[in-house]
Every structure is written in structure tokens, then in C-alpha cells.
Design a protein around this ligand. Structure first.
Ligand code: BG6
Length: 262
């Protein structure tokens, strides 16, 4: 894990998964949640921050959520501007990726981290894929959080992926939740009553937004989830699942988001 503090924030990141692990703008507690039980095992993804699901989401292939979050990426650029840190990571196809996904590709993750936080995935090649920025957000108390902008239709993974429709002004969470919202707004907000703040997620290139919290029972089966930790996190994931992304020669596919906190 690498860390840095610029004039606007503290940040931490890892070349495994090209993953941002911490973003803490001045005057705020960390915006991202990171499990304190991170294993020093190269084959295990890091639970927390912003793992990248690529080139598939969930069980669209093996391993789950794709290989990108388990692999070492190359840092091709690191620039400090004083008020923001720019990191660019690259991953290209290799015999290891070809063994599970037989495609030529070049993927880049770009992070611009300062008072705001931009994370973008750009993929070149002749490929079709699903993806998600599987962001873990730190919240004061999951039962005192509302998520708005998710839209009315979702596929519920807890009901076999059934498509459901419900009119929401905002979603409150009081138990396990695992949903793919298929028509979210461009801007999704996490209203946190305890930390007295709003996290704004401005999405682009997405078709879906995933909402996930494992709650008590599921957490107990996860070795990297400390007891009670589910209360302080929620995953709100900018994703392309119902409409896969398509990259064509000369026309890269893009998925990204800007995070703001107030
Ligand atoms: C979410 C999925 O995106 O990720 C859940 O919707 C899944 O079904 C969760 O349990 C965590 O996945 P993993 O592989 O990191 O434990």
C-alpha cells in the first residue's frame, strides 16, 4: 500500500487491482471503507476502497468479479500537482489473462485525487465486457443512511435476480441488500445522518448502480469482514452489467465516476 497527503486530501492505493484504498479530504473522516483484515495473499482481492470488477461482474465468469482486482497493474504515471495526485495504472492481456479470457486488450485506470476524486476505467481492444467500480463507502451507521438517485427498478440477487419495481425517494437499509439498479440517475447520493455529510457519486458510461451490504449473517462467513463492520460500510457501485461495454479498434470503452463530499 502506498500513501500520500497533498494539500487537499490523504490517499492510499495499491498496485494490486489498481485500487484506491483511502480518500480522506481535509476536514472529513475517510470517505472510503477499508477492511482492517486485509490479507497478504496475492490471490485474494483487497476488501475495501474501490476494487475494479473487470472483465465481468459477479459470476459472469471465474474468478468472481473478474481477474483485474487480483492482478498487479503497472503504474505508468504518477503526477503531483500539490492540490491533486494523478495515478494511471495499466493492465494488458498476458498468458495469465488469456487463460481465463482469450482477448487482446489494454485497460487503464486513471485516478485524480484531491478535493474531489475521479476514477475512470478505459479499455482498448475489440472486446465486450461487464464491469463495476465496486466502491466501499464509509458510513457512520448503516441504519441511519439513505441512498438516493438509484431509480425504481432493480434486479434483486437475494431473489434470484428477479426484476422488481418500487417507488423510492431514497433507499434505507435495514438488512442484507444485494441489488442491481438498472435505471439509476447519473448522480447517486449517500445521505449520512451520523457523519452529517453527503457523498455524491457522479457516474458516466454506466447502465447500472449496485447496492450491497452483507449484514450480519453473510459477514460472518467472510474472513475479511470483522464483527460488526457491516454497520460502517455500504457498497454503491457504478457499473455496466445490463448493458455490457463494447470497445472497438480506435474507440475505447469507458466507465467512471467523480466523488464529492459535503
Ligand atoms: C457485490 C455483489 O457487488 O459484491 C454481491 O452484488 C457480492 O453479490 C459482493 O457478494 C462481494 O463480492 P466479493 O467477491 O468481493 O465477496
Amino acid at each position: 500500500m502506498d500513501t500520500y497527503t497533498n494539500s487537499e486530501c490523504s490517499l492510499a492505493w495499491s498496485s494490486k487491482g489498481a485500487q484506491l484504498l483511502n480518500w480522506q479530504p481535509r476536514g472529513f473522516s475517510p470517505v472510503l471503507w477499508l477492511s482492517p483484515l486485509v490479507f497478504d495473499d496475492p490471490s485474494r482481492p483487497i476488501r475495501g476502497g474501490i476494487p475494479l470488477c473487470f472483465p465481468w461482474f459477479g459470476n459472469g465468469g471465474t474468478p468472481s468479479h473478474g481477474f483485474a482486482r487480483r492482478m498487479e497493474w503497472d503504474l505508468v504515471r504518477r503526477t503531483e500537482h500539490g492540490h491533486e495526485t494523478v495515478l494511471v495504472y495499466r493492465l494488458e492481456d498476458s498468458p495469465e489473462t488469456r487463460a481465463v479470457w482469450d482477448h487482446e486488450f489494454c485497460a487503464e485506470v486513471r485516478m485524480i485525487v484531491g478535493e474531489e476524486c475521479d476514477v475512470d476505467l478505459e479499455v482498448e481492444g475489440d472486446v465486450k465486457f461487464t464491469a463495476a467500480l465496486h466502491s466501499y463507502f464509509h458510513v457512520g451507521d448503516i441504519e441511519k443512511v439513505t441512498v438516493s438517485g438509484l431509480g425504481e427498478q432493480y434486479r434483486d440477487a437475494l431473489q434470484g435476480g428477479k426484476l422488481l419495481r418500487e417507488k423510492f425517494n431514497g433507499v434505507s437499509i435495514g438488512g442484507e441488500v444485494d441489488r442491481v439498479y438498472v435505471k439509476p440517475d447519473r448522480v447517486v447520493r449517500i445521505w449520512d445522518e451520523v457523519l452529517d455529510r453527503i457523498i455524491e457519486i457522479v457516474q458516466h458510461g454506466h447502465s447500472d448502480t449496485v447496492l450491497w451490504n452483507p449484514w450480519v449473517e453473510k459477514s460472518e462467513g467472510m474472513a475479511d469482514m470483522p464483527e460488526g463492520a457491516y454497520r460502517n460500510m455500504v457498497c454503491v457501485e457504478t457499473a455496466a452489467i445490463s448493458k455490457p461495454l463494447v470497445a472497438m479498434p480506435g474507440k475505447p470503452a469507458k466507465l467512471g465516476m467523480k466523488l464529492l463530499v459535503s
